[in-house]
Ligand binder design. Structure first.
Ligand code: NAP
Length: 335
């Protein structure tokens, strides 16, 4: 018999750990309001960094007070529509990127927030908003051109493996930094020119020995000493994009005492630039279409992590899996 209820994950309190901040709640499957559709989510993307910081109350642009819904991107199937909905039909596959719309089995949303896709497969979750973030960060913040040296950290991760390919597609020499042999193999397959496994080589030494002119563009997801090393190796007019600092999300921020960063940047006309996708939302639609086009035409390979997470109750495990650094590609949960 068809279920009349569905489950979603809710942050019920702020907490240092994601697992202790959340609870599963059960609700009636929604009925669509005017111009709304109801989607049964098939897969959702895991954004463990954002999830963790949000549950710690450390995302300044949301500052949500519990209880609040979690998860962002999902792919699924339209299961209910109102008669006033004209752009979609029952059975259509759609992708959504709505804060609070990911970690739930069903969602009721306005028809214009659902993007039709060929099939509700997990691969789509590597593209939006993850891949779009990589694209916008590189092009709009990093002013990526061609013929430069681009370095990507956490290069085999969800955001990183798309950034690597976009930098290659633009005609750059791309260095990918990662932490396992499996990730090295993935990056080789994606066309990385130099792969640095930081467990077997020292980033600073490789950059010193092989890139004496410095790095033109850094896409840093990791932070801490990786960030410091990348700043030290910026080229003249080099740009470093702060995409994240995942090495500090589960710890207290490390306090450092050293001369102010202008001492390092000024003499090279280099810069460090913060990036948060919500500040660049005007590029989201164009970015989605561009990435879908690259993907469907076979010019962009996507990697979904092979560890399978099933159901709402598996989401804390998926979050911890990503934060452990074991994932290769985008972590997803299947409903
Ligand atoms: N600014 C934005 O709008 C935006 C949007 C999306 C994501 N992000 C950021 O992008 C980064 C990557 O996110 P993602 O969801 O795609 O994750 P991910 O890259 O799939 O997974 C995280 C990876 O970070 C690496 N890592 C290095 N040091 C780590 C440490 N100390 N602890 C945990 N992981 C470490 C690990 O790979 P290796 O060991 O191979 O390095 C790990 O696999 C995060 O910082 C996230 O916050 C930012």
């Amino acid at each position: 018999m068809e279920s009349k209820t569905y489950r979603k994950l809710v942050a019920t309190q702020l907490s240092h750990s994601f697992r202790s901040a959340i609870a599963i709640t059960e609700l009636p499957i929604p009925t669509p309001a005017p111009h709304e559709i109801v989607i049964r989510n098939h897969y959702a993307g895991i954004n463990a960094g954002f999830d963790t910081l949000q549950c710690q109350g450390k995302v300044p642009y949301t500052y949500l007070t519990p209880p609040f819904d979690l998860g962002v991107e999902a792919v699924g199937e339209v299961v209910k529509i109102r008669q006033d909905v004209h752009t979609l039909q029952i059975g259509d596959a759609v992708a959504t990127t709505i804060r609070g719309g990911g970690y739930r089995e069903y969602q009721a949303i306005s028809e214009n927030l659902a993007l039709p896709i060929c099939a509700a497969t997990p691969e789509i979750l590597t593209l939006m908003p993850t891949g779009v973030s990589a694209l916008v960060a590189l092009e709009k913040v990093g002013e990526m051109t061609s013929g430069e040296v681009v370095l990507v950290t956490a290069a085999a991760g969800g955001v990183g493996h798309i950034a690597v390919q976009l930098a290659k597609l633009s005609g750059n020499h791309v260095i990918g930094v990662c932490g396992s042999d499996a990730k090295v193999a993935l990056l080789r397959n994606l066309g990385c020119d130099r792969i640095i496994n930081y467990r077997t080589e020292t980033l600073d030494t490789v950059l010193q020995q092989e890139y004496s002119n410095g790095i033109d563009l850094v896409f840093d997801c990791v932070g801490k000493h990786v960030f410091d090393t990348c700043v030290d190796h910026l080229a003249v007019r080099g740009r470093l994009i702060i995409v994240g600092f995942i090495s500090e999300y589960t710890n207290d921020l490390e306090c450092v005492t050293q001369p102010r960063i202008y001492q390092k940047l000024f003499w090279k006309s280099a810069s460090v630039r913060g990036f948060l996708m919500p500040h660049f939302s005007e590029y989201a639609v164009e970015g989605r279409h561009h990435l879908l086009d690259l993907f469907y035409s076979g010019r962009l390979k996507v990697a979904v992590d092979s560890t399978v997470f099933h159901g709402i109750e598996s989401i804390p495990d998926a979050v911890e899996h990503l934060l452990s650094g074991k994932n290769c590609g985008k972590v997803v949960v299947k409903f």
